[in-house]
Ligand binder design. Structure first.
Ligand SMILES: [Fe+2]
Length: 258
């Protein structure tokens, strides 16, 4: 099955200084009304969302603040799809509207047609009907071919193109957009703020009267949903003890900025 890996640049976003970025609070799939209090950058991002996203009570904000030194990755640098394989509402794609603040690490996107496993074949664990080149690649590896191989071949053939996420750009993509993390070129704070629309794997939890943002409709039962997604992010309360741990932890401490 051929699926198009796409990304659209919707426009520019204001630049926030590092002193502001480092104080933003990461959001783990929280409702808009809650995430609006996560810092001035989050608020500006939410205010920049299209009106229909702001009014959609199912939209979630998912963000992560990181300090990276030169050469550090924000996460493992493997090609992947956000929410790939997860059920979207009404069978639609899961859309992500995103902005990067702090330009040290610029996510790499691969855009163009990509060949995916047929869902039935994937479920049965068998080899689907593929192009001869891809079939031989799969046999060689004894499993699903790495995206790296298809990407390299597609780039060589000019069927695919590579695009790096620029800071302060509002972008829109979906759960069939291939991308991977890149190492930071400079040290600094970085926050990636995303609004996600269309995810179905959450539960409705009644927290009492729901706060709303820009007229967002209250969810069924008058409640809002809790942060019950499969993917979350948190502070783990790590306390460095040894000299080596303290040295590694230093960049994360107040006053440890470089
Ligand atoms: Fe991702």
């Amino acid at each position: 099955m051929i699926r198009e890996s796409t990304l659209e640049v919707l426009g520019d976003f204001p630049c926030f200084p590092q002193e502001v970025v480092r104080l933003e609070q990461s959001q783990a799939r929280t409702p808009i009304a809650e995430a609006v209090g996560a810092g001035p950058a989050h608020r500006a991002f939410i205010e920049a969302l299209p009106a229909e996203w702001q009014a959609d009570a199912a939209v979630e904000i998912f963000s992560r603040l990181l300090y990276l030194k030169e050469g550090w990755y924000p996460l493992g640098p493997h090609y992947h799809f956000d929410w790939g394989g997860q059920t979207a509402i009404d069978g639609k794609r899961v859309e992500t509207l995103m902005v990067l603040l702090g330009g040290g690490s610029q996510t790499e996107f691969i855009l163009g047609p990509l060949e995916h496993l047929e869902p039935e074949a994937e479920q049965k664990g068998g080899l689907p009907l593929r192009t001869p080149a891809l079939q031989s690649s799969m046999r060689r590896m004894g499993a699903r071919p790495s995206w790296d191989e298809q990407v390299e071949a597609g780039l060589r053939a000019c069927a695919l193109r590579r695009w790096h996420l620029e800071p302060q750009k509002l972008v829109l993509f979906d759960n069939w957009t291939l991308h991977r993390a890149c190492p930071a070129s400079t040290a600094g704070w970085r926050v990636l703020i995303r609004a996600i629309r269309g995810l179905a794997n959450r539960e409705v939890v009644d927290h009492g009267p729901a706060a709303s943002f820009a007229g967002a409709a209250p969810r069924r039962g008058g409640g809002v949903y809790g942060n019950l997604g499969r993917f979350t992010t948190c502070r783990n309360g790590f306390i460095p003890v040894t000299d080596e741990e303290r040295a590694r932890y230093e960049p994360y401490r107040d006053g440890g900025r470089t």
